[in-house]
Design a protein around this ligand. Structure first.
Ligand code: CA
Length: 387
């Protein structure tokens, strides 16, 4: 059943990330605080703190999840830096967007015979490699293989070139130490935004990734809701287990975010009649869903089209009502993913800055995931400096 247990890998395509660029010396929080203290003028000013989350680091500029991209995001004064976490064969936690290594490393060259066959496709899974083996790999910008030429094609042509310089897959501990070290030397408190990837897959492989992640967070001093960390997960059963069982067991209480996928992404799978089938997310879009989610989470992470209707036009932005329903249930809303590339700007937005403004101030989201945090912070600053 090994091949069945990784059916989802075929369905997991690059689904999310965020972007932004700017030169502000303020963090988004500082800007919001400053603005909130100003007398209200003609424009409606929100008192909500709008947060900027560096999606996989400053991934618009440096390979996603490299320590370099995290240091760059820190220097951009973001509010939070994101970590996606998967587990290795020897139960180490590494920061990697996918359960497989072949999209962002040279694993296929170094370990040509260590893939699993997944419906005709070869995949090299992190869970099949020890940390020592993974540390031998060079990490790069995300790429795919052209089926005709066999050549590597970058996912985003204008981003950091493939296999330039040298980057390694970091452990969760190494990344937390980098961020805490920079928090010390820069006298800041930039937070972690940790995603537990595919817990259902790890549990099938007899690995309790959520428990391991929480233990690491506790070891590094994150144990209370007031500590600057969000833990996010696409699997609602797992978010609920973290809330109801794991956090109390570890004497912890952290802010939890329920991510919302489209069922068709195959982000979360369930075994049914001996076959893996996608978990059905539809209930999360129904009336009353937020009342259910607030019982085990503090916020939601929707895809932007889940909060802004795709039928919107430049003159008529139509909201789905999800943000309002979440706010009515005291849930914060952090949508993904805002990117600068032209192909990533929805038709109803003029440009990236307009998109940031629409998501944060028209749709009233509380924060954004972005690959370009500097541009996102600059857009927020510009919005507050208008008039
Ligand atoms: Ca993520």
């Amino acid at each position: 059943m090994k091949s069945n247990s990784i059916t989802f890998l075929l369905l997991l395509a690059g689904t999310m990330s965020l972007s932004g660029c700017a030169n502000s010396s303020f963090t988004a929080n500082q800007i919001n605080n400053q603005v909130a203290s100003m007398p209200s003028q003609s424009k409606t000013i929100t008192t909500n703190k709008k947060i900027v989350i560096a999606h996989r680091g400053a991934s618009g500029y440096l390979p996603e999840h490299s320590l370099a991209s995290k240091a760059m995001a820190h220097a951009m004064n973001v509010d939070y830096i994101e970590q996606d976490v998967v587990m290795t064969k020897d139960n180490q936690l590494v920061v990697l967007h996918d359960p497989y290594l072949d999209r962002v490393t040279n694993v296929a060259q170094l370990f040509p015979h260590r893939s699993r066959q997944v419906f005709g496709s070869k995949r090299w899974l992190a869970i099949d490699f020890t940390l020592a083996e993974i540390k031998q790999l060079e990490m790069t910008e995300g790429f795919s293989i052209d089926p005709n030429t066999g050549k590597k094609v970058p996912n985003y042509a204008n981003r950091f070139p493939l296999f330039k310089s040298s980057f390694k897959v970091p452990t969760l501990g190494e990344e937390i130490e980098l961020i805490q070290g920079l928090n010390h030397s820069r006298n800041m408190n930039i937070g972690l935004y940790v995603e537990i990837k595919a817990p259902w897959f790890h549990l099938m492989e007899k690995k309790d990734i959520s428990l391991a992640v929480l233990k690491v967070l506790k070891d590094y001093g994150y144990s209370k809701k007031s500590d600057k960390v969000f833990v996010q997960c696409f699997d609602p059963d797992e978010t609920k287990r973290i809330h109801d069982k794991l956090l109390p067991k570890l004497d912890m209480d952290l802010q939890l975010v329920q991510l919302i996928a489209e069922t068709s992404w195959g982000e979360t799978m369930r075994m049914k009649d001996g076959k893996l089938v996608p978990y059905q997310y539809d209930w999360m879009k129904e009336v009353g869903a937020m009342e259910k989610i607030k019982k085990f989470a503090d916020g939601i992470g929707p895809w932007v089209p889940m909060i802004i209707d795709n039928e919107s036009s430049k003159d008529n932005i139509m909201l789905t009502g999800l943000v309002e329903q979440a706010h009515r249930n005291q849930l914060v809303v952090h949508p993904f993913t805002l990117r600068m590339e032209k192909s990533q700007i929805p038709h109803y937005a003029k440009d990236f800055e307009d998109l940031v403004t629409i998501v944060l101030y028209k749709a009233n989201a509380d924060g954004i995931f972005t690959d370009f945090p500097d541009h996102a912070i600059k857009s927020i600053t510009n919005y507050h400096h208008q008039d």
